[in-house]
Design a protein. Structure first.
Length: 252
């Protein structure tokens, strides 16, 4: 991951902490002790909202933790998989034409990323012909794409399940509100406020988890699609170079 991306990610994290946890920023600036910071956190209202949200806040919290772990892991993996494909192909084709197939393989062995892995798999089958090279590239590409997509199913699940959990909390809160109405002789707004608060808080919490997770999922899918395009273009260039070499040897 480039330094610009790292700085942007850190800036987003700090911004979220500052907005969502104002007591954290105030406590850190004042250099307070951990117990004092914990007291600030309790007084910020977040714990109160969490408790008032009812039992469905627990699975929503678990969903957010799972999604955050997957997002961090995928950001790391995809950042490591990035390569300058144009520079790689230019150097690879030059090495292949001037130094031969073994030098090209050695270059790909020390290059990280799915594009290099796919091309290396193809060059291992050069002695069996271009058809074998193409089949090897297709198989390797399928494996690499599966690795890149690992964990995305969890993000998709969280993006779909978190709002449903929020809606379940809404139903639970309304049930509690109507139960309070049925048990009371005189109905007042204060009587049903706890149930309505539970309904609204869980709905908001579910959407607050689902929306950024869905955005992260879309970003990862777009990034993986870009990797697939790069693999296809690089494989086509390599096959063209191999075909030219075979044609040259056949006519000589």
């Amino acid at each position: 991951m480039s330094s610009m991306r790292v700085a942007l990610l850190l800036l987003v994290c700090v911004s979220v902490l500052t907005v969502a946890f104002p007591s954290f920023a105030a406590g850190a600036a004042a250099g307070t002790e951990p117990q004092a910071w914990l007291d600030h956190f309790k007084r910020s209202g977040l714990v109160d909202y969490y408790v008032r949200g009812g039992v469905f806040m627990h699975p929503i919290l678990l969903c957010s933790i799972l999604a955050l772990a997957v997002i961090i892991e995928r950001l790391y993996v995809l950042s490591k998989a990035r390569t300058d494909t144009r520079a790689l192909m230019s150097k690879l084709l030059s090495t292949y034409e001037t130094k031969g197939i073994e030098a090209a393989r050695a270059q790909l062995e020390i290059t990280k990323g799915p594009v290099a892995a796919v091309l290396h798999a193809g060059l291992l089958r050069v002695d069996r012909g271009t058809d074998a090279v193409e089949k090897s590239i297709v198989s390797a590409a399928a494996i690499e794409v599966t690795f890149l997509e690992r964990g995305l199913v969890w993000l998709s699940s969280v993006a779909n399940i978190a709002p449903l959990l929020g809606f379940l909390g809404t139903v639970s809160g309304m049930i509690h509100a109507f139960e309070a109405i049925a048990a009371a002789e005189y109905v007042s707004a204060k009587l049903v406020s706890a149930g309505i608060a539970e309904a609204l808080i869980t709905t908001a919490a579910g959407l607050m988890v689902a929306i950024p997770v869905q955005l992260a999922y879309n970003y990862f899918v777009q990034t993986i699609d870009r990797f697939v395009v790069e693999m296809e273009e690089s494989a086509a260039d390599l096959l063209d170079a191999l075909a030219r070499t075979v044609g040259t040897k056949a006519t000589s």
